[in-house]
Design a protein around this ligand. Structure first.
Ligand code: SF4
Length: 697
């Protein structure tokens, strides 16, 4: 039996985009255990992170006082040892820290202009926090230089979706796989990254759905697959064009759907001529017959659904990869009905919401372009401010702008670019160059190592707020405990900074912010706070009060100017840095089941860190043998940009010549190796492919 508790608080999981509902069981000021709740997305299921990953909130290293950098203390992520923290920072009162934080930003704005500042908001915070953060940057800093980790995650998927079908959100919820005859899963390892979503997919496969898994890594979910296509890394466009070539050649497309609901098919058809399966087979390493079989299955089933992850998005041709998936769905009419459609699985628990509310440099809330005069006029009236018509800089562009001396001050809330950015040594050097950096977080993150002022913030179970999951469900998070020491609510901190920068803000709490969001965002206009309190989870689009919300969208038309979907052909191109004699291995980064992103939370969660305490690199056992390395031995991985050491793990799922590492380990930061080259359309870096060499020791 469980220990007796004082109270049970219903909330959401702080980790992935699946958005499982859960209950915190609290005694005194501590969460004792967590239980799954019967939410639409999880039916009481939780993965190891949701169930056991909560005690980071009680970790002794939580920030409990505002910190100010000591004069002349070196800026480096290596000084983060909390025991040595006092050499770098001194504790300060909130008053002093806020004055210092906002004063520095204001000075830079007044001296160098609004574009000398930038802000990174958080996909780990609530919608209300993200909304206020972007509003602060746009109306207080005075530019659109606001972005967040979506840039490193699904930016390319969203660019392709907006271009082709006019909306960046998923068309169908994950649980729709139960109504699919064919599930096409590509570039995603849901067992690790979306574990409860994986249970839906596995259950659907057990019930007879055909599961096609396409991934350069043979992942666990392949055990449930009818077809496992372990294609060569980087050859997505060749493979997908090969599948579409068959659909065209064998006339398996949906002529009626194409005629009524799309445009540009002839252009695509012409383009696909060069991608016969027999031609692409040697490129992707998948037999032509398999490509043909998969094409027939996908095109002719009553309901086929596509789900994808970062394996698609994090390439220099990430937008092209996503364009191909959208074309597949459009040409076969596999969209707009239950069990069909397009589902890019969202990473962070609120990356969908943070994007929806406008933590994006080129759009205001609800994806309304900053360059559109009508849209701008609406927001200028709503916010009573003059707004910049020019799109702002993206995450990696901000780093380049710091190097060039264009950006001199930053406010970073709940993000950790000193671990998550590609070629991170370069990003760290840029952060060190900032004249003024304000970091707001719950731990002294690697990024906080470069801060001038550190503001101690609140963790998930310490606040009220809404979070939007991968299915477009707006869900209510409730507070179970108080923030430790003098740590404060993020909403309060953002407002205090705003006030000191001259904004007359006085929001009473998340509910009042949410009411303003409803006015700014047609998609959620009908969702009332009362309903969220009662039902916990409401799906959008929900335009009017009382509207149940729409789980399946695009049933009649697409939200493009013509109402039609657009085919955008993609040409097969290669990664920016290919293996050669000096750097013969392909390096792929991602996550592990037990650790979340840069590890700020999970490496402070005792159970999770005990399961995966050390950095590991997964490689094919034959490659390890070739290097004279036994599993468990230390190896050194080196790219043209940096070097790390990790323990070798033999993994038969890895292709020969590839190596995989999670990016959560401070002591072996995978992003020291990655390449900061960007997809030209979405500005997403190529985290899934660069060249390295590996040696024992
Ligand atoms: Fe949390 Fe995602 Fe696991 Fe659900 S699947 S418990 S949302 S980490």
């Amino acid at each position: 039996g469980h220990l007796p508790v004082d109270k049970k608080v219903d909330s959401t999981c702080p980790y992935c985009g699946v958005g499982c509902l859960l209950t915190f069981n609290v005694r005194g000021d501590r969460i004792l255990y967590v239980e799954g709740r019967d939410g639409e997305t999880n039916h009481s299921r939780l993965c190891v992170k949701g169930r056991f990953g909560f005690d980071y909130v009680h970790h002794p290293h939580r920030l409990t006082k505002p910190l100010i950098r000591r004069e002349g203390a070196p800026k480096t992520p290596e000084l983060l040892d909390p025991a040595r923290m006092h050499e770098v920072f001194r504790e300060a009162s909130w008053e002093e820290a806020l004055d210092r934080a906002a004063g520095g930003l204001k000075r830079i704005r007044d001296q160098y202009g609004p574009k000398a500042l930038a802000g990174f908001g958080s996909a780990k915070g609530s919608n209300e926090e993200a909304y206020l953060f972007q509003k602060l940057v746009r109306t207080g800093f005075g530019s659109n230089n606001v972005d967040h980790c979506t840039r490193l995650c699904h930016a390319s998927s969203v660019v392709a979706l907006l271009e082709c079908i006019g909306s960046g959100a998923v068309s169908n919820p994950v649980a729709d796989v139960m109504q699919a005859e064919v599930i096409f899963l590509i570039g995603s390892n849901p067992t690790v990254n979306h574990p409860v979503a994986a249970t839906w997919i596995k259950n659907a496969a057990r019930q007879g759905a055909k599961l096609i898994v396409a991934d350069p890594v043979r992942t666990e979910i392949c055990r449930f697959a009818t077809h496992a296509l372990q294609f060569r890394p980087d050859t997505d466009v060749a493979l997908l064009n090969g599948i579409m070539h068959v659909i065209v050649e064998e006339e398996l497309y949906d002529q009626a759907f194409i005629a009524k609901r799309t445009e540009g098919f002839d252009n695509l058809r012409h383009h696909l001529k060069h991608y016969a399966p027999e031609r692409v087979a040697p490129v992707c390493g998948i037999p032509a017959d398999t490509i043909r079989e998969v094409a027939r299955l996908y095109a002719t089933s009553k309901a086929s659904m596509i789900l994808w992850g970062m394996g698609i998005s994090q390439h220099v041709h990430g937008t092209d990869n996503a364009r191909c998936l959208i074309s597949m769905a459009l040409m076969t009419g596999q969209i707009g009905r239950p069990g069909t459609g397009l589902h890019p699985l969202r990473g962070q628990n609120n990356v969908q919401g943070a994007s929806d509310v406008g933590l994006i440099p080129m759009v205001f809330p609800d994806y309304q372009p900053v360059g559109d005069p009508k849209v701008r006029e609406f927001f200028e009236r709503l916010w009573d401010a003059k707004l910049d018509p020019e799109p702002g800089l993206t995450v990696v562009e901000v780093i380049h702008a710091i190097e060039k001396g264009q950006i001199r001050g930053m406010y970073i809330e709940g993000e950790n670019p000193a671990m998550s950015d590609p070629n991170v040594a370069h990003a760290r050097a840029a952060l060190a160059k900032l004249e003024h950096l304000v970091v707001q977080d719950i731990f002294l993150t690697e990024t906080a190592g470069f801060a001038d002022v550190v503001l101690p913030a609140s963790a998930f179970p310490e606040k009220t707020g809404t979070f939007t999951n991968t299915d477009r469900r707006v869900q209510l998070g409730r507070p179970a405990i108080d923030p430790p020491g003098e740590a404060r609510q993020d909403l309060w901190i953002i407002q205090e900074i705003a006030r000191r920068m001259g904004l007359d803000w006085n929001y009473s709490g998340p509910r009042e912010v949410f009411e303003e969001m409803r006015r700014a965002m047609p998609n959620i206009a009908g969702i009332t706070w009362e309903r969220l309190e009662k039902e916990d989870s409401v799906i959008y689009p929900c335009g009017k009060e009382g509207d149940p919300g729409q789980a399946v969208i695009f049933t009649e038309s697409f939200p493009t100017t013509t109402g039609k979907g657009l085919f955008v052909p993609a040409e097969f191109t290669r990664a920016a840095e290919l293996p050669d004699d000096d750097y013969p291995f392909v390096f792929i980064t991602g996550r592990q089941l037990e650790h979340w992103h840069t590890g700020a939370m999970t490496r402070h969660a005792s159970v999770l860190d005990a399961i995966e305490p050390y950095p590991v690199v997964q490689m094919n056992p034959l490659d390890l043998a070739g290097l004279g390395v036994a599993p468990g031995d230390l190896v050194t991985l080196e790219s043209r940009r940096g070097r790390v050491s990790a323990y070798a793990r033999a993994d038969l799922g890895m292709q020969r010549g590839t190596a995989f590492m999670a990016f959560c380990y401070n002591e072996a930061a995978a992003n020291l190796l990655t390449n900061e080259v960007l997809d030209p359309d979405a500005k997403i870096p190529e985290f899934k492919f660069c060249a390295i060499r590996v040696r024992p020791g």
